[in-house]
Ligand binder design. Structure first.
Ligand SMILES: [Zn+2]
Length: 415
């Protein structure tokens, strides 16, 4: 019967995913511990592991003593089985990073992206150049790449063909997936950068162990990746998490999205620079052509007690704190992770004050459950996150029909 055959296949696929996920999360683990953590029987785990070993996805990594019996083999992901590529299409750069199968970084390629340079054709060209460069540098053939994840600003719509809307770049329904597909003959996953980062912090960073999590990407733009019960929350059209464009001030500063008073217009890099310009039009901290330099100078000056810098960061913290309190009241997360390049630069300085302001605005009940922490994945969190999205597809598809995920299979999962 067709139904029962598909049920058996689904079950086998689910078991493989569960076992692989345990090996990824733990790094090294015995069959017995996999069984203990998943509730799968010892026989099921033994069968799945035998397949994974035969396919070379998993390898033995030593052994541990067992009480009275034979030593137990420790299992680990085989880093040499294949590679992932993670791409961060940021507002100021395109970064392409090559990872082994355990998501250890092997090579990185970065191309600066200027505001007059971010048309879709150029972005695709930089991604392709980056991919070629990291593979050539690492002497790895393209065939070894299991999947390519790409994180972009804006909303990635998945209805029909996958396309990107990024109003701040003037991108309206750009068919980026089809454009990349034409140039890159590998399975590709495309998603919003904040969602990619959320997946990476959940699995490998400050979000580990928190199934209800919000990852805050604060850079030139602002976005949030929302994880509920261990899975990304996408909303009806994959547009959930556009936290930067929630209104904080009625009829406030104009925002790049065309609206006014958005959180991003106050707490994104350009918004913070506007606050600095308003506080001290001739501040030596201000360099209109260098967002990253200005935010770094501001954070350093605030740390040294510079009164203007302290005031600007106090204002920024106030806006961010109110925005985070809104998220806590709406989403009721267990943990909120502050990331993105602005988040990283100002985070260590503002965190104690940020927590006070969040507590001032959030409701007591959801506030009690929530902790605000700093991200752990550094400047490449989006690239790693994008690779994690490709890993997520690999976990579902790996070994399906005893072959690598095909280009079609990957596209199906993505769409
Ligand atoms: Zn806006």
């Amino acid at each position: 019967m067709v139904a029962s055959r598909s049920t058996v296949r689904d079950l086998r696929r689910r078991n493989r995913r569960v076992v692989l996920e345990r090996i990824y999360v733990n790094g090294q683990i015995s069959r017995l511990a996999v069984s203990g953590q998943t509730g799968l029987s010892a026989a099921t785990v033994a069968n799945v592991v035998a397949e994974l070993l035969a396919e070379g996805i998993v390898a033995g990594a030593g052994s541990e003593e067992s009480e009275g019996g034979r030593p137990r083999t420790i299992l680990a992901i085989n880093p040499a089985h294949g590679c992932f590529v993670g791409v961060d299409v940021g507002e100021t750069l395109v970064s392409v990073e090559l990872f082994d199968l355990t998501l250890r970084s092997l090579r990185t390629f970065t191309h600066p992206l200027h505001a007059n340079d971010n048309c879709p054709d150029n972005v695709v060209r930089y991604i392709v150049a980056g991919l070629d460069t990291v593979l050539a540098d690492a002497a790895i053939p393209a065939d070894n790449v299991v999947g390519v994840g790409v994180g972009v600003p804006g909303i990635v719509e998945r209805a029909g063909s996958v396309h990107v809307r990024a109003p701040s770049w003037g991108w309206r329904a750009v068919p980026l997936m089809a454009m990349l597909d034409k140039e890159i003959n590998l399975p590709i996953v495309l998603d919003n950068g904040a969602k990619a980062m959320a997946q990476a912090e959940l699995w490998f960073g400050a979000g580990r162990g928190a199934d209800d999590l919000v990852v805050l990407l604060i850079g030139t733009g602002i976005g949030a990746g929302i994880i509920t019960q261990g899975a990304l929350y996408r909303g009806a059209t994959n547009g959930a998490g556009e936290w930067g464009h929630t209104t904080l001030t009625l009829d406030g500063r104009p925002c790049r999205c065309g609206s006014r008073g958005c959180l991003e217009a106050y707490a994104g890099a350009a918004g913070i620079m506007t606050s600095l310009r308003e506080a001290a039009p001739r501040s030596t901290l201000l360099n209109d052509d260098d967002q990253e330099g200005t935010i770094l100078a501001l954070a350093t000056a605030a740390g040294q007690g510079d009164p203007i810098a302290v005031r600007v960061l106090e204002d920024t913290t106030h806006y961010l704190g109110a925005g985070i309190a809104n998220l806590i009241n709406l989403v009721n997360p267990r943990r909120l992770v502050l990331g993105g390049w602005v988040g990283q630069q100002i985070g260590p300085y503002i965190l104690p004050r940020l927590r006070e302001i969040v507590a001032r605005y959030a409701l007591e009940q959801p506030l009690r459950a929530a902790t605000v922490v700093l991200g752990q994945l550094g400047p490449n969190a989006v690239a790693k996150g994008a690779a994690t999205l490709a890993l997520d597809v690999f976990l579902t598809e790996a070994g399906d029909d005893r072959r690598r995920p095909s280009r079609r299979a990957m596209a199906r999962v993505t769409a």
